[in-house]
Ligand binder design. Structure first.
Ligand SMILES: Cc1cc2nc3c(=O)[nH]c(=O)nc-3n(C[C@H](O)[C@H](O)[C@H](O)COP(=O)(O)OP(=O)(O)OC[C@H]3O[C@@H](n4cnc5c(N)ncnc54)[C@H](O)[C@@H]3O)c2cc1C
Length: 464
């Protein structure tokens, strides 16, 4: 089949990329290896910025909120003091507990009603590109596109076929994961002891608890030991025994829905773009699933990338726009790696000194010292792209009211008290008179005076 953009991978990031491209009027084809959707929810949380990303698709953020359970705080490194999100400047100042399968189903239904084809049972196995486009071999057929987005997960075939390196750190630990039904609710969500391990027990929407933890014996491992441990199935019997060792009780474990193991392998792609091939989501970065970040950062990749591809295809992209995807998002992947490694150190330094460090950091969260930095990062709200030299300092900042912006063009916003510019009126923000906002909600241009805005806007490409 032919499409302007071929997306490899029908996970949440591939589906979101496809939905945003479709909303921008770009023809898109999704190729997904699995015959039918997975029933396993790896991610359970959506953070505020992700809900803002969903708001670009009419009604979807609200639908998701109905499908999930909002909670006001989120954890860092399973520390007992939570990051309070209620003060964040966003329409969605909470974390939404929602199983990944529901998020994926909502996106898949949206694509189906929008007429976007998702070819299931279609594994990408080959790739060629030239100045005109890409040829993607999948399911015994060749599909043609102008661009290919590799959103095909941690073991991305697209990444390998494009010859993109995936450097990083080998895993050193292996944690246990399980979705279970418990007779007794755990008294605390997060428990950590330097001599027995940690357990995090989050109640999901349907009363099921997501357990995540590790024992001291499963840390400080060689990569080979991690691989061996990961390959061992986690049986119900072992899970019961682990819970008793870590917290002294199995909470009346009465049903096990799913078990898995997770490690702290931390890598990101050496480049997010190779010619006409772009990487997003787990294909571009992997890390310990700590603080519910992988899916959320992947959705931010999608919103950064989709409008840039649309602008290229519609001919209004300024020189270098598509390269800015790598320039803006790879530093985020580096920060994601640093953040999750720091959490890993706090979670798995099973010594009295590790415990003291946890108490110290938790105290800094409790007294607010670290809250704005960490909550801003985990929620995605504080993500800010660097302003080019000479640009207004707010260029690259996220505009908090960028809800439901058009995906296919820039939006001119008027902050003057009497809205005399006649652009989209908005409440005062940061002392600005006017700004041009990108489809992903970040500032493209900003002015302190209305006169400067009118004289300098000129024919800025992509403004509607
Ligand atoms: C235990 C666990 C808990 C987690 N909890 C959270 C959380 O709470 N919050 C959070 O934000 N993140 C969490 N994550 C991370 C999150 O699940 C991932 O970051 C997210 O799934 C990434 O989405 P994706 O679309 O990039 O990749 P994936 O979800 O891996 O989707 C990739 C898709 O590509 C398909 N595919 C693979 N190869 C090919 C091919 N060759 N051709 C075609 N299709 C292909 C796959 O079948 C799959 O459907 C967790 C991860 C784990 C392991």
């Amino acid at each position: 089949m032919n499409a302007e953009v071929v997306v490899a991978g029908g996970g949440p990031v591939g589906l979101m990329t496809a939905a945003l491209l479709n909303a921008a009027g770009v023809s898109v084809l999704v190729l997904e290896k699995l015959d039918r959707p997975t029933t396993q929810s790896r991610a359970t949380t959506l953070h505020p910025r992700s809900l803002e990303v969903f708001s670009a698709l009419p009604g979807l953020a609200e639908r998701l909120i109905e499908l999930g359970r909002p909670v006001s705080g989120t954890h860092f490194a399973v520390l007992p003091d939570l990051l309070d999100l209620t003060g964040l400047d966003t329409r969605y100042p909470f974390t939404l507990l929602v199983p990944q399968v529901r998020t994926e189903r909502l996106l898949a239904e949206h694509l189906a009603t929008s007429g976007v084809v998702v070819l299931r049972g279609t594994e990408v196995t080959g790739l060629e590109q030239d100045a005109e486009g890409v040829r993607v071999l999948a399911g015994g057929q060749v599909h043609h596109g102008r661009y290919l987005v590799g959103a095909d997960g941690a073991h991305s075939a697209v990444r390998k076929l494009a010859g993109i390196e995936f450097p990083g750190r080998e895993p050193t630990m292996c944690g246990f994961l399980a979705d279970v039904e418990l007779a007794e609710a755990p008294p605390r969500t997060h428990q950590w002891r330097h001599d027995t391990g940690w357990l995090s027990a989050v109640r999901l929407t349907d009363g099921v608890h997501r357990l995540f933890g590790a024992e001291p014996g499963d840390t400080g491992l060689s990569p080979e030991q991690v691989r061996e441990r990961q390959a061992e199935p986690l049986t119900e019997g072992e899970l019961r025994a682990v819970l008793r060792r870590v917290v002294g009780t199995d909470f009346g474990l009465r049903a096990v829905h799913w078990t898995s193991r997770a490690n702290d392998s931390t890598r990101h792609a050496a480049t997010f773009r190779s010619g006409r091939v772009l990487l997003a989501g787990d294909a571009a970065h992997v890390h310990l699933p700590a603080g519910g970040q992988g899916l959320n950062v992947g959705l931010q990749d999608a919103t950064n990338l989709a409008w840039k591809l649309a602008a290229e295809l519609r001919g209004w992209a300024p020189e270098g726009l598509l390269d800015s995807y790598d320039a803006e998002r790879r530093p985020i992947a580096e920060k994601l790696a640093a953040n999750t490694l720091a959490q890993s150190a706090l979670m798995t330094t099973f010594t009295p000194a590790g415990g003291a460090l946890r108490d110290l950091v938790s105290g800094l969260i409790a007294d607010g010292t670290l809250t704005s930095e960490l909550a801003g990062w985990i929620s995605g709200i504080a993500v800010r792209y660097p302003a080019p030299p000479g640009a207004h300092p707010l260029v690259g900042a996220r505009w908090p009211e960028a809800i439901g912006l058009p995906v296919d063009r820039m939006t001119k916003v008027d902050f003057t008290p009497d809205h005399r510019l006649g652009w989209r009126p908005a409440r005062p923000w940061q002392g600005l008179a006017a700004a041009v906002i990108r489809p992903d909600g970040h500032v493209a241009q900003a002015w302190d005076s209305a006169e400067d805005a009118l004289s300098q806007l000129g024919n800025l490409a992509g403004t509607g």
